[in-house]
Design a protein around this ligand. Sequence first.
Ligand code: ZN
Length: 306
Amino acid sequence: METFCSKLPKIELHAHLNGSLSRETLKKFGCADNDILEYNQAKQTTLDQVFDIFKIAHQATSTKQNLYESTVKVIEEFASDNVIYLELRTTPRKEADMTEDEYVETVIKALLDSESSDIMVKLILSIDRRHTYDQQVETLKTIIKYKKLYPDVVRGIDLSGDPTKGAFFRDIFEKARRNELFVAMHCAEIKNDAEVMEMFDFKPDRLGHATFIHPDFQGSAELWELYTKLQIPTDDKGVFDTTLSNEFRIVQQTFSLNKEELWKISKNTLSYSFATDRDKNVLNEKLDKWKLANIKILKHPYYICL
Ligand SMILES: [Zn+2]
C-alpha cells in the first residue's frame, strides 16, 4: 500500500511554503544544524512554540535568490512525490533586501518556471491574523494587485497564523471575494465557537484544519465521517517531516480504505481546488487515464506491483 500511495497521482491543496522546506534546502541556505532539527521535529511541539519554528525557515527565504531556489525545490519535491497539482500558500513579507511586492513576484516567478507536464502549481496568498486591521488591508491590496496581474496563478486568499492571536475581519475577505479570489481559512485550530460561527456565516470556499468544531455545528467528528469531502494535505511537510504519500498512507490505515477509495480522494480533492475549469478538465483526464492504466491494481487488493 505504501507503493500505491506513492505512485497515486495526488492533489495538494494546503501546503505552506515556509513550512515545506526540506532539510537539504535549510542546510543549503545557511540554517544551523540544531535549528534544522528543531524545525523537523515540530510534531512534538506545542501550539505556543510551533509558530516560532517558522522563523527558522524565514532565515532560508530571506533573500530573493534563496526564496526563488527554495520555492523551486519545494515544487520539485512535491512533483517527485507524484503530486500533479499543488496549491502553495505563503504570506507576503518584507525583508532587508526585498519588498513585499518583490517577495510575491519572486514566488510567482519560481512557480511559473517550475510548472511542467508533471505538476501544475497555483498560489494562495495568506493574510496573517496576528497583523493589525490596517496591516491586513495593506496585504490585501498586494494580493489583489497580483491577482489582477497573474489571474491564472494567484487563485486564492487564506487567513492563517497563530489562532490564539489576532482576528478574522470579514470585510477584508468580502473585498477579496469581490475581486474573484477564492477564500480558504484556517478554522477551529483551537476551540473558538464564536469565531467558527462567524466564519461559517461568511461561507469560505474551503476550511483548513477544522479540528475543534463543536458538534452543534456539524462538528469535526462528523466531518471525518464524510471522508470523501475531506482533502488530505501535508500543511507543512518540512515541519512535520512528512510527504503527501505518507499522509495518504496514514488515512488509509486509520479508515481501512482500499485503493479505489484512495483514488477517489484524489479525484474529489481536485473538485475542491481553486483551479480553473479548464485546468480541472486537464487534471481529471490525467486521473482517469491513470486509473485506466492501473485498473488491475485498483481492483485487486493484493496486486501490489506497479
Ligand atoms: Zn495550515
